[in-house]
Design a protein around this ligand. Structure first.
Ligand SMILES: Nc1ncnc2c1ncn2[C@@H]1O[C@H](COP(=O)(O)OP(=O)(O)OP(=O)(O)O)[C@@H](O)[C@H]1O
Length: 282
């Protein structure tokens, strides 16, 4: 991303995702108010910000799981406004979801097959198209096995997803998202609840996705992870993009330091201003 100025809303050479004027309020609270944001194709871009900054809401809006109040966005040059999550996924932009209770009661393989393309309408057309359908199911199963192998979960394919460790669940979430062969994947806190021993392996999987040409946008709180693998970082605070740039730009950005300190985030160097030292200031 050489030559791209680290300023909020900056244009990028080959953006895969472009959002303009995207706003979402809940009651009187403006959760997201993004004037302009471009995600460069083929990069790992981190979306960071203090708690409540609007990161999850922005993810939900862009992937069709929530509705904007205003604004528009394009993916691969095509408008996505008004499309639901499944149709957005079919266009090639998928997000990971935490495994819900229901999904933990299915096997690993069943989870993979549920995420496969073309799940809707099959029952209706099933009688008519049974041979085609069967072929599709075989192809889905083959792809699922390939992905499970890649994420070292193949041996677990017949086990309940609920029996997986935190890290293995994250791998399964990633593998599920890849069932539709996306060109962009959005990861919501991929490292949350992951045993430190698995963090390195997850990081390698994320960089491997990028190296395979998949654009990655991820929300994460762990600064070491963010600084370690991101090509570009976008900082949200109170719904707005307050900074964006390479890790070195972001580390030195006073607005970012202020936003994190203001929200009481622990970056390892902050001092709590209101700490009672036991001395009287009167
Ligand atoms: N469905 C909702 N109804 C009402 N308020 C909401 C809803 N979803 C989000 N909010 C509010 O919008 C703001 C942004 O929330 P959001 O979850 O997007 O932040 P976030 O940056 O993802 O935070 P975190 O890092 O804690 O996950 C918060 O103040 C939150 O309370």
């Amino acid at each position: 991303m050489a030559g791209v100025e680290p300023v909020p809303g900056v244009a990028k050479p080959d953006p895969i995702l472009v959002a303009t004027g995207v706003r979402r309020s809940f009651g009187g609270l403006t959760a997201v108010d993004v004037a302009h944001l471009e995600v460069q194709r083929g990069t790992i871009t981190a979306l960071i910000g203090p708690n409540g900054a609007g990161k999850s809401t922005l993810f939900n809006l862009l992937t069709g799981f929530d509705r904007v109040d205003a604004g528009e966005w394009t993916f691969e040059g095509r408008r996505l406004n008004g499309l639901g999550g499944h149709r957005v996924a079919r266009r090639g932009m998928v997000r990971t979801f935490q495994l819900t209770k229901a999904l933990t009661r299915l096997t690993v393989m069943e989870n993979m097959l549920l995420a496969a393309p073309g799940q809707t309408g099959e029952r209706m057309l099933g009688a008519l198209l049974r041979p085609v359908w069967r072929g599709q199911e075989e192809a889905n199963r083959a792809r699922a096995e390939q992905l499970l192998e890649r994420f070292k979960l193949l041996a677990k394919k017949d086990e309940m997803a609920g029996s997986l460790s935190g890290g293995q669940r994250k791998l399964l979430e990633m593998a599920r998202a890849l069932m539709v062969n996306p060109s962009m994947i959005m990861l919501d806190e991929p490292m949350a609840g992951v045993n430190p021993a698995l963090v390195q392996s997850l990081l390698e999987h994320i960089t491997a996705l990028r190296d395979d040409g998949v654009t990655v946008l991820f929300v994460e709180h762990d600064m070491d992870v963010i600084m370690g693998i991101s090509d570009w970082i976008v900082v949200l605070a109170e719904g707005r993009v307050i900074a964006e740039g390479r890790p070195s730009d972001i580390r030195a950005d006073q607005r970012v330091i202020d936003a994190y300190l203001g929200a009481g985030h622990d970056d390892g160097a902050e001092q709590e201003p209101q700490t009672d030292t036991g001395e009287s200031h009167e």
